[in-house]
Design a protein around this ligand. Structure first.
Ligand code: FES
Ligand SMILES: [Fe+2]
Length: 373
């Protein structure tokens, strides 16, 4: 059965950047952690900027090493705070010199006030977001407007590792598309033989029928542990090295994370891919992988990883040409079933938050999907 792509996505496709006419819901999921930038981009007392969910952010690190994220807009007259000065503790606006505590956003000084003024400076706050550094990224918890800090914020997502010593590397790429397109592209099993053809991975001729078991997990779904695709050379190599079976588990968890875990004996490989909404017409893939496979150097892995990401990026640049004209799109069974689950999970989450009543998971139990790839 084919199904139309939900209207949020259709609407977002038809809108140009900066065009907000009539558009109130951009299909972003608030109140989740998103990676804003790499930790290496905030050094010394330098202020860095980033954008998440169309919110401009200014980020930095205090002199005692804590990362912080504020809305890059002075609450006085809106000039970006990133034009101001940072002394390791407070950010001073470049326009009238108001100063804000970097870790709470609280105003600590308004230089123009006289001893006669009764204005309570400490009641003024610059927009401020919870911020944490993990796996080499600065994560920002994007609070929906109206929610106050101090309410419970869940822990930021950390990449799983299974030994004391391991290698870790990160890759990123921008996709000129709404985050929904980035995500359904990420979970799409049918594009592999066409987009990711290469001598080292697989050829188009190796296409064959597959069946995989999926199961519901909170806020997502799991491709149940299985032996990975027999036509992929790296997996065959791993099996030869350990002499033990290789199992792979892949989870997708709202709002935007794909987690992969490959294990064979004592050897393991994990990765976390997040698709982050930057603007309605732009998202970014951040990919972090860790492994203790002694035979896999970071440099070689990066060559393969970059090739993969570039292939996806080129495809999405081409796709964005077509999407400008707001075409009707479809999702087909079984290859697009994960995309259908994603849209259903997202709609359910929004509904649960709106009404306070939990909505059932779109999967009643384990499901087997079949496709050719
Ligand atoms: S605009 Fe920032 S202090 Fe006036
Ligand atoms: Fe891909």
């Amino acid at each position: 059965m084919s199904e139309a792509i939900p209207t949020i996505l259709q609407q977002a496709n038809g809108l140009a950047a900066g065009d907000t006419t009539g558009e109130t819901d951009l299909g972003f999921l608030w109140d989740f952690w998103y990676p804003a930038l790499r930790s290496t981009e905030i050094v010394g007392s330098r202020l860095a900027t980033a954008m998440l969910l169309e919110v401009p952010l200014v980020l930095g690190r205090t002199s005692d090493g804590r990362a912080f994220a504020m809305r890059d807009s002075c609450p006085h007259r809106g000039i970006p705070l990133s034009y101001g000065r940072f002394d390791g503790k407070t950010v001073e606006c470049s326009y009238h010199g108001w100063r804000f505590d970097a870790c709470s956003g609280q105003c600590v000084e308004i230089p123009s006030l006289t001893s006669q003024d009764k204005l309570k400076v400490d009641r003024i706050f610059a927009g401020h977001y919870p911020c944490e550094e993990l796996d080499g990224y600065v994560w920002v918890y994007m609070l929906a407007t109206g929610l106050r800090l101090g309410e419970t914020v869940p822990a930021a997502p950390k990449l799983a590792t299974f030994s004391a010593k391991y290698k870790i590397t990160r890759l990123a790429c921008d996709l000129p598309a709404h985050v929904d397109h980035g995500i359904i592209g990420l979970m799409d099993p049918a594009h592999g033989p066409f987009v990711h053809q290469s001598w080292f991975w697989r050829s188009r001729g190796s296409i064959h029928e597959k069946q995989k078991q999926f199961e519901p997990i909170p806020n997502g779904f799991r491709m149940s542990p299985h032996s990975p695709s027999s036509n992929s050379a790296p997996y065959q190599l791993l099996k030869k090295m350990t002499g033990e079976p290789v199992t792979t588990t892949i989870d997708f968890v709202l709002p935007n994370r794909r987690l992969e875990e490959i294990r064979s004996g004592k050897l393991w490989f994990t990765s976390q891919t997040t698709v982050t909404p930057v603007r309605r017409d732009l998202c970014r893939i951040d990919f972090v992988a860790a492994w203790n496979l002694f035979f896999l150097p970071v440099s070689i892995f990066r060559i393969f990883g970059k090739t993969f990401l570039r292939q996806d990026q080129e495809t999405m640049i081409q796709q964005s040409e077509g999407l400008k004209h707001n075409p009707h799109l479809m999702l087909i069974d079984d290859a697009d079933r994960p995309a259908k689950w994603y849209f259903a999970l997202k709609a359910n989450l929004m509904e649960t938050r709106r009404t306070g009543v939990p909505v059932a998971h779109p999967m009643a139990g384990p499901v087997t999907l079949r496709w050719r790839s």
